[in-house]
Design a protein around this ligand. Structure first.
Ligand code: SF4
Length: 272
């Protein structure tokens, strides 16, 4: 689907970390909107989406002059104390248009010069590999959290057909690890997966985060319920995977191949 693009000049970039992100001092969104259009995206139920005429997933606002703004805000925030940043909470920082616009890259350049105490880069896009050079400059102050909700690409296509293929995400985790960048595989939300999933992740990461709609959508699963996600599980003939207990199956499978301290559940897995 074609994404409608809009150029915006935001007044602020760093937002106060709150709620699920209260472990962070700030969140940072280089874009508003998201071309990946995941069916289960909790942002669909937030004002940024509800008050927009176009449906979620069909539009992206590109933030102009973002690097200049971030430099000022970061310097101000650092002067006050510790700065920990979650990028991004309401978009993916590696939108397809990022290839051309380089907004996220420009922000990473600023952060490489003015390092925050910690930066978490949350994405599902292989495009993050383009910025390995900048991520390396942040050393242990950064972690790239790559969403891999399942190891089955047919399942991925069912829930988020516009998002990047699973195999490309796994390959990216491998490349990031080889470049010495701290990473984690983030199984969030837990979607139906195979028994081999944990074994596929084992050679790639030393850290896995697991989350589901009930713990991680900020409303005990109510936002997801409003999105009608249950029908997608029924269409698959896998309603049991929509149960609040479904994540435990994946958790147990992970614990057979990872040490317990390598597997994090929900908010703890996203913490700095
Ligand atoms: S990538 Fe993230 S922000 Fe974008 S639609 Fe999917 S869940 Fe929502």
């Amino acid at each position: 689907m074609k994404t409608a693009l809009f150029y915006k000049n935001p007044k602020t970039l760093l937002n106060k970390g709150s709620g699920f992100l209260s472990d962070y001092t700030h969140s940072l969104n280089p874009y508003t909107g998201c071309s990946f259009a995941c069916s289960y995206c909790y942002v669909r139920q937030m004002p940024v989406s509800l008050f927009r005429e176009q449906p979620w997933g069909t539009w992206v606002d590109i933030k102009q002059e973002a690097a200049t703004l971030l430099r000022k805000e970061l310097q101000r925030a650092k002067a006050k104390g510790k700065v920990t940043i979650f990028m991004s909470s309401a978009t993916d920082p590696y939108q397809p248009i990022e290839q051309k616009e380089e907004v996220t890259r420009s922000l990473l350049k600023v952060m490489a010069e003015e390092p925050p105490d910690f930066l978490l880069v949350q994405t599902r896009s292989p495009l993050v590999r383009r910025d390995i050079d900048l991520l390396q400059l942040l050393q242990d102050r950064v972690r790239v959290s790559m969403t891999v909700e399942t190891d089955l690409d047919d399942i991925r296509k069912h829930f988020s057909p516009q998002a990047p293929p699973i195999q490309a995400r796994l390959k990216t985790l491998q490349l990031l690890a080889e470049a010495g960048i701290p990473t984690q595989a983030t199984i969030a939300p837990v979607l139906p997966s195979s028994e081999a999933f944990a074994h596929r992740l084992r050679p790639l990461v030393n850290r896995v985060c697991l989350d589901d709609f009930y713990m991680g959508d900020g409303s005990g699963g109510q936002r997801t319920k409003k999105l009608g996600i249950a029908s997608l599980y029924e269409a698959l003939g896998k309603p049991e995977w929509y149960e609040p207990t479904a994540y435990q199956l994946v958790y147990e499978r992970l614990l057979r191949v990872f040490d317990a301290e390598e597997v994090y559940v929900s908010q703890k897995g996203f913490a700095p």
